[in-house]
Design a protein around this ligand. Structure first.
Ligand SMILES: Nc1nc2c(ncn2[C@@H]2O[C@H](COP(=O)(O)OP(=O)(O)OP(=O)(O)O)[C@@H](O)[C@H]2O)c(=O)[nH]1
Ligand SMILES: [Mg+2]
Ligand SMILES: [Zn+2]
Length: 321
């Protein structure tokens, strides 16, 4: 039996596309592998797998999977990182969105759909839990919205997070004061040096950004709904693409909310780097920094040492856990 090593680039039901030495294979998963883990799916996009070639199964793959040589995944290599959330309707089961990625880039837009800062913080926390680096992309800076792009940059850049102010519209950067395409180049360089997952609400322009940077990718995009102001969930599944010049990127479907997998609210403050040296100075040990008096974190918010927006997100996330 020929045994090959490859990387899972996408999944569809029980079939996974695996890329190995320049060729894509359509693979099922050996039963033995399926029972190893208590997850919604044994295999995730980004997994490093061993598979055996088979001739016995008929090509029932969908779309691009039809006609690919076939195999069966027999072993999954240990994951160095995971992006997870609780399974929909089954909170106790972990749903792995992607494996072995270096970085999560949360993509937001200034307008259409409107920017929700709470989602940025949820993604930053999910990245930290999963052992991933995080980056933030504020897209559609050619549009006007409730927030000024620079205001968002001033909150997150001091925390040491890479943040890019972009427009996927070629003429869009002219609208911004200082970037003029430069930040697109910086983001391109970021993608070249990482294996990145792009995530965020539907319609923020994840696929459009990739098309702008890599015109050959030709990803499907569509205008947001005029009536609801929301995206149309154009990208329907996660898919990993190897990039010319290095790096890999996973484009993903829009996500509405992000449940945080197994996060104890008692330690939520540990995911806020700006609270690190402050939270030990609260009067009460185990202070949640919400109703307690003599809270050093709340004082820091009043003084402007901690951003009010970040603190409000903290309260929202705390209450949801
Ligand atoms: N004005 C403006 N429009 C943009 C920009 N980026 C994307 N768009 C438009 O926004 C719409 C949605 O873009 P998509 O790339 O499909 O968004 P997506 O995030 O991939 O959405 P899903 O696949 O549904 O998650 C399209 O009509 C794009 O042309 C931008 O920087 N400025
Ligand atoms: Mg898309
Ligand atoms: Zn406190």
């Amino acid at each position: 039996m020929t045994r090959l090593n490859g990387i899972v680039t996408r999944g569809h039901g029980n079939r996974f596309v695996v890329f190995s030495e320049g060729t894509y294979y359509s693979c099922t998963v050996r039963k033995k592998v399926k029972y190893l883990t208590n997850l919604t799916t044994p295999v995730a996009v980004g997994d490093d797998v061993y598979f055996e070639l088979t001739n016995t199964e008929v090509a029932v793959g969908v779309g691009a999977e039809a006609g690919l040589p076939e195999g069966v995944i027999v072993e999954i290599q240990p994951r160095r990182s995971v992006l997870s959330r609780p399974a929909v309707g089954r909170e106790q089961i972990e749903h792995v969105l992607a494996a072995n990625v270096d970085s999560l880039a949360v993509v937001t837009s200034i307008s259409e759909p409107i920017l929700k800062p709470g989602l940025i913080d949820r993604f930053l926390i999910a990245a930290a839990i999963g052992n991933l680096e995080a980056a933030i992309v504020v897209n559609k800076i050619d549009l006007k919205g409730e927030f000024d792009p620079q205001e968002i940059a001033n909150i997150y850049r001091p925390l040491g997070i890479d943040l890019f102010l972009t427009s996927a519209e070629p003429e869009g950067e002219n609208a911004s004061s200082d970037s003029s395409g430069n930040e697109i180049n910086l983001f391109r360089e970021y993608l070249r040096t990482h294996r990145t997952v792009l995530a965020g609400h539907s319609g923020v322009g994840k696929s459009s950004l990739l098309n702008r940077i890599y015109p050959g990718m030709n990803l499907k995009t569509s205008a947001i709904s005029q009536r609801s102001g929301r995206g149309r969930h154009t990208t329907s599944h996660m898919e990993l693409y190897h990039l010319p010049g290095g790096g890999a990127v996973i484009d993903s479907p829009g996500i509405k909310v992000l449940g945080l997998w197994q996060l104890d609210k008692k330690i939520l403050d540990e995911y806020y780097p700006e609270m690190e040296n402050i939270r030990t100075q609260c009067r009460f040990t185990g202070c949640s920094h919400i109703p307690e008096p003599n809270c050093a974190v709340k004082d820091a918010v009043k003084n402007g040492d901690i951003s009010e927006l970040r603190y409000n997100n903290y309260i929202q996330i705390y209450q949801s856990l």
